[in-house]
Design a protein around this ligand. Structure first.
Ligand SMILES: [Fe+2]
Length: 235
């Protein structure tokens, strides 16, 4: 398998610099604000649910390139769950999730597209490089067994406190992507005053506890709908 798959399996993430070319990027930048405004749920976040994914031609085109790349390069079985457009500024910071190390309670592959150049100054997504992914999965499954019926605890992450972990801020140019398994400890970087971080995030469902048949039926239904729309939009 590819080096991307090796990195994902061994470290929990991979990055691909300059994934989109200049023309594709210009198109994405132009559409970012339009799609953001149409789907915003607060000042810094917009979310596209299933239906929107199937009917939005622009977002389908962007995702199609990522989907082809992942299908060719990684071993995970996945399907697209939802899409987030995020603009983070200094005032969005809080000493809580997602700005402190955690793994997600629901396991996904997440793919970020960087819409502007991102460095430590404007909140680079930060991920652990030496974590035990198997142990993290055990922690996650144990949490669900113990807390499944307690909705008050239902924030998106489980805090990971481990002084032996190394963390790498993923600094890259706009048009690059980073893909990570949410079992890898991670956090949103601090954005210095006056800066902004713009990303599009694709959440890809990979839950391995779902029965194989259920997973494949769901995947088939969603992917066929999305691909039909993509083909229609490409005509
Ligand atoms: Fe997270």
């Amino acid at each position: 398998m590819s080096i991307f798959n090796n990195e994902l399996v061994n470290k929990g993430f991979f990055k691909a610099e300059s994934f989109f070319n200049d023309a594709e990027l210009a198109d994405i930048e132009e559409n970012f604000e339009i799609i953001f405004k149409e789907n915003m749920i607060n000042d810094n976040t917009a979310k596209l649910d299933y239906v929107k994914i199937f009917t939005n031609k622009k977002i389908n085109r962007i995702y199609e390139k990522i989907n082809k790349f992942l299908e060719k390069n990684i071993d995970y079985d996945f399907y697209l769950r939802n899409i987030w457009f995020i603009k983070t500024q200094n005032q969005n910071y809080k000493p809580d999730l997602p700005f402190i190390p955690h793994i997600d309670k629901k396991r996904y592959l997440k793919v970020f597209i960087y819409i502007n150049d991102i460095t430590k100054d404007n909140g680079a997504f930060t991920v652990s490089t030496n974590s035990d992914l198997k142990k993290n999965e055990e922690t996650r499954v144990k949490w669900w067994k113990e807390n499944n019926l307690n909705p008050s605890k239902n924030k998106h992450g489980l805090l990971i406190k481990d002084n032996n972990l190394n963390f790498e801020p993923i600094e890259m140019k706009k048009g690059s992507i980073v893909c990570f398994d949410t079992n890898t400890p991670h956090f949103a970087g601090y954005v210095k005053p006056g800066n902004i971080r713009k990303v599009i995030r694709f959440n890809l469902f990979i839950d391995q506890n779902t029965s194989k048949i259920k997973f494949l039926i769901k995947k088939l239904t969603l992917e066929v709908s999305r691909k039909l729309n993509y083909l229609r939009s490409a005509l």
